[in-house]
Design a binder for this molecule. Structure first.
Ligand SMILES: [Ca+2]
Ligand SMILES: [Ca+2]
Ligand SMILES: [Ca+2]
Ligand SMILES: [Ca+2]
Length: 479
């Protein structure tokens, strides 16, 4: 059944890309996919047994097929995790699958994640790893992975989980890793949540609210980028320390009790207030002769605040920083090395992350997500799943009044409105540059209850793998 859901995803994607496919043709395609699978399987065996062994029958099907739309159908119809790298014929440009996944590998205390990952037996980490193995991205941003300076947690996750076949899925090998410091749990020295106390002891009540980004200890909820392709380390830029006050027209929060404007944070705190709640990264990756800039971020949730909406406003401006950066809007950027300027002109990029912003639902500042979605520098892609739509209908509650199509949801939150449940939201995005890529496929890893892999996501609670879903986009390089 997963093959069918991928088929639906891609057919919708193609419609949104402006190419119409008659419904009856799409249906016929679905009915014939079994036949196609057999044909592709035979072709794979006869043409390229090594690739067949590596990635499954899906990988070679496209070599037979020169009509692009047919090629897409074959790719999704011939197996669970089509390998986009195999889609390109020898004289074609390379193709990559890029994914983002808030993997929920955060723990309540420092060192706990390393403990959990020290054996191959943690059920949640195994489920997370199986999702990654099934989706098989080439480049993957993980969020909510507790950061440690030596990268032990990430190394253990690779060694004990990703490198080990989970339930028969092929191991996932990422030789290139970018790991950077995060603002979460880093003490600010200021009473940022204005509860009357500056809490400086990690783990203590109120510590997270006074940190530069919410976290019970330094590094909680970190990010890591995994890649099958080399990283241009010298070209990496980070914006962990960019100050909110240095963004022109910043949406700084206001204390509604005072006549002065934008004065929620006292001047001493604002002078040191970092905009990024984790960090903003620009990590160039080398795919053959081409460079792809991965722009990674994980804006703060727009909740856990008051009338001043300090977190909603920060979320909006964290998104704005990345959106301005990739589109060359403004010249206010400076990175942690003190170098100024936005992304290099004409660069091919993919913005990745849990943006904590649904296009139409949830508690974000209206238009926050739209900064990306209506940015002409960014391609229009709306990955879908069958499971997202199924769970919204099954779970009801807040989902019943949502306006964003449920098949594009990527997070499964509480749905009880009376208990403050926001319902399921579209928060996680893979956003390729409008130039430099042809979009070949996309999806959200969210199997429906009757689909293979459903046990990896479950009905919402208890959380099996994560409260977010992996989102992927296949893109082929163009000039
Ligand atoms: Ca405080
Ligand atoms: Ca005020
Ligand atoms: Ca839910
Ligand atoms: Ca929704």
């Amino acid at each position: 059944m997963i093959a069918f859901s991928l088929f639906v995803n891609v057919s919708r994607l193609i419609r949104t890309a402006g190419v119409s496919i008659p419904a009856n043709r799409a249906k016929a395609g679905a009915e014939r996919r079994g036949l196609w699978r057999r044909r592709c399987f035979a072709a794979a065996l006869s043409r390229d047994p090594s690739r067949m062994a590596r990635s499954g029958a899906a990988t070679s099907g496209l070599r037979l097929c020169f009509v692009p739309l047919l090629a897409v159908f074959l790719a999704v119809g011939c197996g669970r995790a089509p390998d986009p790298a195999a889609k390109a014929a020898p004289d074609e440009s390379p193709a990559i699958r890029v994914a983002t996944f808030n993997a929920y590998l955060n723990r309540p205390a420092e060192g706990r994640l390393i403990e959990d990952l020290s054996t191959p037996d943690n059920p949640q980490a195994r489920a997370v790893a199986e999702i990654i193995q099934r989706a098989a991205p080439d480049i993957l941003l993980l969020q909510e992975v507790d950061y440690d300076v030596e990268g032990r947690a990430v190394a253990l996750f690779q060694e004990n989980y990703l490198s080990v076949s989970q339930n028969g899925a092929a191991p996932a090998d990422y030789p290139y890793v970018f790991l950077g410091a995060t603002n979460t749990g880093v003490h600010s020295g200021h009473d940022l949540d204005r509860n009357g106390a500056v809490v400086a002891t990690p783990g203590a009540e109120g510590y997270g609210g006074d940190a530069f980004g919410f976290g019970a200890f330094p590094g909680q909820y970190g990010m890591v980028l995994l890649s099958k392709y080399p990283i241009d380390e010298a070209g990496v830029r980070t914006f962990q320390k960019f100050l909110w006050k240095d963004m022109p027209g910043a949406m700084l929060p206001d204390d509604p009790e005072t006549p002065a404007q934008a004065d929620w944070y006292e001047p001493g705190a604002l002078a040191e207030f970092r905009l990024s709640s984790k960090s903003h990264w620009d990590v160039p990756i080398l795919v053959g002769d081409a460079r792809v800039h991965i722009v990674a971020l994980h804006p703060t949730p727009p909740v856990f605040d008051g009338e001043e909406d300090r977190n909603g406003r920060r979320n909006h401006d964290e998104i704005r920083l990345a959106s301005d950066y990739v589109s060359g809007a403004g010249d206010y950027f400076y990175d942690d090395k003190g170098e100024r300027g936005g992304i290099e002109a004409g660069a091919r990029f993919v913005v990745l992350g849990d943006m904590n912003a649904d296009p139409l639902d949830g508690d974000g500042v209206p238009g926050a997500a739209d900064q990306f979605l209506s940015n002409p520098a960014i391609a229009s892609v709306a990955p879908e799943s069958v499971g997202g739509a199924a769970q919204a209908a099954l779970q009801g509650g807040a989902n019943l009044s949502h306006r964003t199509p449920a098949e594009t949801d990527t997070a499964d939150f509480g749905d009880d409105i009376e208990r403050g449940g926001a319902g399921n939201l579209r928060l996680d995005y893979v956003l390729p540059s409008a130039h430099g890529f042809a979009i070949k496929g996309a999806g959200v890893f969210w199997p429906a209850p009757d689909e293979d892999g459903y046990d990896l996501v479950g009905p919402g609670f208890p959380v099996v793998s994560s409260d977010h879903r992996l989102v992927w986009v296949d893109m082929q390089f163009t000039d």
